[in-house]
Structures are given as structure tokens and as C-alpha cells.
Design a protein around this ligand. Structure first.
Ligand code: PMP
Length: 306
């Protein structure tokens, strides 16, 4: 459940949490016309810090641009300041931030240009997405019977609400069949991603992840891992991954803002590697945590202090 906070940012102003409402004839509700972000603000020794704010805001503007909604009237820098202002106003040390831009109330024509664009940012405390134990013990997943969107249909590079209808099909099926998550394939049958996470595979010390052409969201955590792994001297390869490579991997893990770095311990009830969190996954988790705990460490540019 969402834990209410005091304020929500709307088109440049802080408003009360309970006043952030939309009309039932809002365009986005009918046609999925919204783009959003998911960002974490971490508690650090130097105070609350938003993780990779610039990259998230860039993706937000990119998603909006793809849907011709990026005429916001404010810059990415102003948007980052808005997030800082909001976290401070709500007095939170750590939270999840949810910026959203959508086509509002005005017209119900499929052509959306007569609807106002509304921009909101909310934030609230949020724990571990795939369960408190998941980061150590790992999660059990299946391969989804649903594929990700085909190229040239709904753009996977946009973090758009409509894409999450596909994610919901993937996640509902998985959870109802007793799994924590699913791995979806792309339309060609190669590994794509989870319903809300990118995926990584380790075999013989080499780290693999699907390329952006495999209908994946360009994850900020995915990019973080690519950079941390390369700096640690690991070979990292972005390439198409056949489904069967999942079952014979030494290690598998998900990456995402909500899920963080989460080991996968089985796929379709087949244990992965030893069935426990592997050494590469553990090391990357430790590197990730140390960046936050050291208030930035080797990557001060990744933290934006509130
Ligand atoms: N794929 C999908 C479909 C997602 O929803 C997310 C979460 N935003 C990710 C991947 C991971 O992206 P990030 O690391 O930027 O949170």
C-alpha cells in the first residue's frame, strides 16, 4: 500500500496529497497516454540523496518526447530541483519518487493534442520490491507465456503507462502460478526482461545482458551495473540471449530501481547454479551499496543531495 505523505508537486507548485486528483474523463485513463519514472532517494551519511537523478530525468524527457508531450515549460535542471524540493517538503530520508506526465481532461478524441499536459511528482517511503529476503535469497521465476512488445509497436524505450499492460499480463500470470516474477522473451524468442526489471546472466565469469533491441527498457540500474562491472574488470557483453541459456547460467539476477540487484534462484523450477546467490551478483550488490553508503564514493555524480 502507498504510504501517504504531505505534499505532491503539480506543474510547478506543491499541493496537498489529497488534492492530487484527476477527472474520470482524463485522456490518460482511457488511452494510456502517460509517461513516468521510478526513482529512489537513499539515506546516506551526508543526508538524503536521489540516485542518478539526471539520468532518470533524461529518460523522462525522452519518453515524453516520443509521445510529443515534452513541451513542459521547464528544464531537466528545474525538474531535478522540484524533486529535491518535494523530498525536503515531505521530510523524508529515503523514498521512492514517481514523476508522471499525462494527457489530462479536455477531449476524448484519440488525437490527444487538445488535452492539457499535467505533470506531477509524488514520493513516499517504499521498502524492498520483491520482498525483504529477496536480495539475499533470490527469487523463483518462470519464463512468461507473454512476449514483450514487438519493435515498431509500442516503443520499449519509452517508460509509458501503456507498456505496463504488457507487464501486468506477465506479472499476474507469474504470481498466480506461484512465482515472484517472470522473464519475458522478445518477439523473436530471445530473452528480454522482467515485468519491471532488466536481467543479467553470468556464465564462466562473463556478464551478459540483452541489447536495447530486445524490447527492453534502458534501465538506469542496468547502466549502473554495466559501469560497475566494467570498472571491476569483468567482461560485460550486450547480446541476444537464447532462452535455454537461462537454465544453464551460473548466475542470474534482475536489476531495477524498485528491485535493485536481485538474484534469481530458479527459472521454471530449475535451480540456477548452486540455487543460491552467486559471487558475481553478491559483489555487484556490495559495490552498489557501497556507493550509497559512502555518499557517492567513486561516483559522486550519481547522487543528487536533497
Ligand atoms: N524494465 C522495466 C519494464 C521496468 O519497468 C524497469 C523499472 N523502471 C526496469 C526495466 C529497470 O529500469 P531502472 O533500472 O531504470 O529502474
Amino acid at each position: 500500500m502507498i504510504q501517504a505523505t504531505e505534499k505532491i508537486w503539480h506543474n510547478g507548485k506543491l499541493i496537498d496529497w489529497n488534492d492530487a486528483r484527476v477527472h474520470v474523463l482524463c485522456h490518460a485513463l482511457h488511452y494510456g497516454s502517460s509517461v513516468f519514472e521510478g526513482i529512489r532517494c537513499y539515506e546516506t551519511p551526508a543526508g538524503p540523496a536521489i540516485f542518478r537523478a539526471r539520468e532518470h530525468v533524461r529518460r523522462f524527457f525522452d519518453s515524453a518526447r516520443l509521445y510529443r508531450m515534452d513541451d513542459f515549460g521547464f528544464t531537466p535542471e528545474e525538474f531535478i530541483d522540484a524533486m529535491r524540493e518535494l523530498v525536503a517538503a515531505n521530510g523524508l530520508n529515503a523514498c521512492y519518487l514517481r514523476p508522471i506526465a499525462f494527457r489530462g481532461y479536455g477531449d476524448l478524441h484519440v488525437l490527444p493534442f487538445n488535452c492539457p499536459i499535467e505533470v506531477y511528482i509524488a514520493c513516499w517511503p517504499w521498502g524492498k520490491y520483491l520482498g525483504a529476503e529477496s536480495l539475499e535469497k533470490g527469487v523463483d521465476v518462470c519464463v512468461s507465456s507473454w512476449a514483450r512488445m514487438a519493435p515498431n509497436t509500442l516503443p520499449a524505450m519509452a517508460k509509458a503507462a501503456a507498456n505496463y499492460m504488457n507487464s501486468q499480463l506477465i506479472l499476474m500470470e507469474a504470481v498466480q502460478n506461484g512465482y515472484a516474477e517472470a522473464v519475458a522473451l522478445d518477439p523473436a524468442g530471445f530473452v528480454s526482461e522482467g515485468s519491471g526489471e532488466n536481467i543479467f546472466l553470468v556464465r564462466d565469469g562473463v556478464i551478459y545482458t540483452p541489447p536495447l533491441g530486445a524490447s527492453v527498457l534502458p534501465g538506469i540500474t542496468r547502466d549502473t551495473i554495466l559501469q560497475l562491472a566494467a570498472a571491476a574488470g569483468c567482461t560485460v557483453v550486450e547480446q541476444n540471449i537464447p532462452r535455454e541459456a537461462l537454465y544453464i547460467a551460473d548466475e542470474l539476477f534482475f536489476s531495477g530501481t524498485a528491485a535493485e540487484i536481485c538474484p534469481i534462484r530458479s527459472v521454471d523450477r530449475i535451480p540456477i547454479g548452486s540455487g543460491q546467490r552467486g559471487p558475481v551478483t553478491k559483489r555487484l550488490q556490495e559495490e552498489f551499496t557501497s556507493i550509497i553508503q559512502s555518499g557517492g564514493g567513486r561516483h559522486p555524480e550519481w547522487l543528487t543531495f536533497v
